[in-house]
Design a protein around this ligand. Structure first.
Ligand code: URA
Length: 256
């Protein structure tokens, strides 16, 4: 159950095919490198065309430099339940993401992109794609994060407008949000709140600053990704379309 952007080669590849897949050279040029005696497998120079290599077990070098095929990139969407840490492990033994990865049989070394509070639930993207993760987390790229939030009380239009126009938070920076009221109870209100920075406790701090502390918070979207009906505690691989949409958020030189 995974979507990958690169195809992992089967073991036992012809050497020139392996070199081409690793991006060293075209297959024809790789044959040239082999004939010139510049390629070694486990320290032995190989000049015989058609020699096989098992990239999982053998070490290939060109001009003495190791050649590797990057691990395939994988992307999962996870619905974090409340009372689960959004880190892989917890030294204090509280439930954390690795418990769920193991339960789902996901063996790739994925890590979470961004964080959610212990008492928050919702969408967490998990991937081994470092460059994309950096883009998604960097405030410069202003990736929207949307939360369904239950707050205490009945915020006035004025309070909601303060969230929309921006308010300074502890630390000095001003933050603004898109806000939509979705439901009103007798002494509770449900809001859809979008922010762009992803600072620690940002939504809770903003709501508290206008006098309406957060009671529950659930991330329902991250950029083009939506949580939808994914059950709590479960993963699903991103679709190719979702991966392409995420990559569009990055500067073109990263994902040409
Ligand atoms: N804002 C918060 O206050 N908490 C979260 O977990 C995410 C955003």
């Amino acid at each position: 159950m995974k979507t990958s952007s690169k195809t992992k080669p089967p073991s036992d590849l012809r050497l020139q095919v392996f070199l081409a897949q690793a991006g060293v050279a075209s297959r024809r040029k790789a044959e040239g490198l082999i004939q010139e005696g510049r390629v070694a497998v486990d320290g032995q120079v190989v000049t015989q065309m058609g020699s096989k290599v098992d990239p999982d077990r053998q070490r290939v070098t060109v001009d003495g430099r190791p050649v590797e095929i990057a691990p395939e990139t994988v992307y999962y969407l996870f619905h974090k339940p409340r009372k689960v840490l959004s880190t892989l492990h917890d030294p204090r033994g509280r439930p954390a993401l690795k418990d769920y990865l193991d339960r789902a049989g996901i063996r790739e070394r994925v890590f979470p992109v961004g964080r959610l509070d212990w008492d928050a639930e919702g969408l967490i993207l998990m991937t081994n794609d470092g460059p994309l993760a950096q883009v998604l987390q960097h405030p410069r790229f202003q990736v929207p994060k949307t939360y369904r939030v239950k707050v205490e009380g009945l915020p006035t239009l004025q309070a909601l407008n303060r969230l929309k126009t921006g308010l300074p938070l502890p630390g000095g920076k001003e933050h603004r949000a898109d806000v939509e009221r979705i439901k009103t109870g007798t002494d509770r209100t449900w809001l859809l709140i979008t922010v762009w920075e992803g600072e620690k406790h940002q939504v809770k701090k903003m709501c508290a600053a206008v006098g309406h502390p957060v009671l529950t918070i659930k991330r329902v979207a991250l950029g083009p990704l939506e949580l939808g009906r994914l059950p709590q505690g479960e993963f699903r691989p991103l679709t190719a379309r979702e991966i392409a949409a995420l990559r569009k958020l990055a500067p073109p030189h990263l994902f040409p």
